[in-house]
Design a protein around this ligand. Structure first.
Ligand SMILES: O=C(O)[C@@H](O)[C@@H](O)[C@H](O)[C@H](O)CO
Ligand SMILES: [Fe+2]
Length: 353
């Protein structure tokens, strides 16, 4: 397992590579070209530039999160094959630069949804939170303005203003795409890119839907053990794998995460470790990574990763905002650095135990 931190690139992140370099045990980052629209063919010079920036600071790139899949691919729009061609071209360039793990998601319109980005906890820290009743009361467009207005001036991943200015059109695009159609479109995409992934050694890692139920009536297909089993069975190439995101899976407490990890042996290519605290069905908030601070048993989860021999990149997912840090919600330095040390501690104890 290779501990890493997500870094959004110079000019997009409040955190520097020099700071990441000083976190013990973190030798790599997960990054992206934040300015590339879904469907674009990533320019080689930009890939080489970010690779150099990261290498100059003494770190490596462990993978890209994300190479976003366009809504045109997700709904089988006329442009889909062109976008897939661009995606394949991007994968080849990444592989030629030594970048062999790509995280993506197949959620319609919104990458993830929260009702609050800065819920205050009793200790004064703030976290991202979700309350279905609050989400039910707002329109998708309003949701975007809220997220954008609460993000401390940072652009939130998956909520790019260019796309979100077209929220109504995006919703219209999904009319007629139900869960089964969305799944078939995912399969079409994967079958089209798998030969390249196999030839170039690029592992694809789909992120769990967040939260794991339909939001605003949109389809949702990567929610639980059954969905994941179907995905890895119907596209059996080992390069078709999963980003096992504990926080996203935990939005439903009946997702048994250690069991899901064991059922995906060999097919998990990337791990997101995050803890959440459940208060009621459809209501949760993010917590510190420590088991006792949330509802998940992080020790059991880490043990399952070790048991299945997971050796890919792992990162602390969202952290709390603490110690007065102003950063992109969920992506400050302090709490994620604390989380990485806790996770490395669990790992050392499990390995030696
Ligand atoms: O919630 C987050 O910040 C991430 O886990 C997602 O944005 C994730 O990067 C994407 O869903 C993957 O494409
Ligand atoms: Fe995640």
């Amino acid at each position: 397992m290779k501990m890493s931190l997500r870094w959004f690139g110079k000019g997009h992140d409040s955190i520097s590579l020099e700071q990441i370099r000083q976190i013990p045990g973190v030798e790599g980052v997960i990054t992206t070209l934040y300015d590339q629209a879904p469907g674009a063919d990533w320019p080689l010079e930009k890939i080489q530039k970010i690779k150099k920036d990261v290498a100059d600071s003494g770190l490596s790139i462990y993978g890209m999160e994300s190479v976003n899949v366009s809504d045109e691919i997700k709904v089988a729009h006329g442009e889909r094959d062109k976008h897939i061609e661009n995606y394949i071209s991007t994968l080849k360039k990444l592989s030629n630069e030594g970048i062999n793990m790509v995280c993506y998601n197949f959620m319609p319109v919104f990458d993830w949804t929260r009702s609050e980005l800065a819920k205050v906890r009793p200790d004064g820290s703030t976290v991202l939170a979700y309350d279905q009743e609050k989400v039910d009361k707002i329109q998708p467009k309003e949701m975007f303005h809220r997220i954008d207005g609460d993000s401390n001036g940072f652009m939130m991943p998956g909520w790019e203003p260019e796309r979100m200015s077209k929220v109504e059109e995006l919703f219209a695009l999904y009319e007629g795409t139900d869960n089964e159609a969305l799944f078939q479109n995912l399969k079409y995409f994967l079958n089209a890119i798998m030969p390249t992934c196999e030839q170039y050694g690029v592992k694809m890692a789909i992120h769990i839907d967040d939260p794991v139920w339909s939001v605003f009536g949109l389809p949702r297909i990567i929610k639980n053990k059954m969905d994941l089993q179907r995905l890895i069975t119907e596209v059996p190439s080992p390069y078709n794998g999963i980003t096992l995101c504990t926080g996203s899976l935990s939005s439903r407490p009946d997702n048994n995460i250690p069991d899901i990890i064991r059922s995906l042996k060999g097919r998990i290519h990337f791990a997101h470790m995050r803890n959440t605290k459940h208060t009621a069905p459809g209501v949760f908030e993010e917590s510190a990574h420590l088991s006792s601070d949330g509802s998940l048993d992080m020790y059991e989860i880490m043990k399952a990763f070790v048991e299945v021999g997971f050796d890919g990149p792992i990162r602390p997912d969202h952290g709390r905002a603490i110690w007065g840090e102003v950063a992109m919600p969920g992506y400050g330095l302090y709490d994620r650095a604390l989380g990485s040390q806790y996770l490395l501690g669990l790992l050392e104890a499990i390995r030696k135990g």
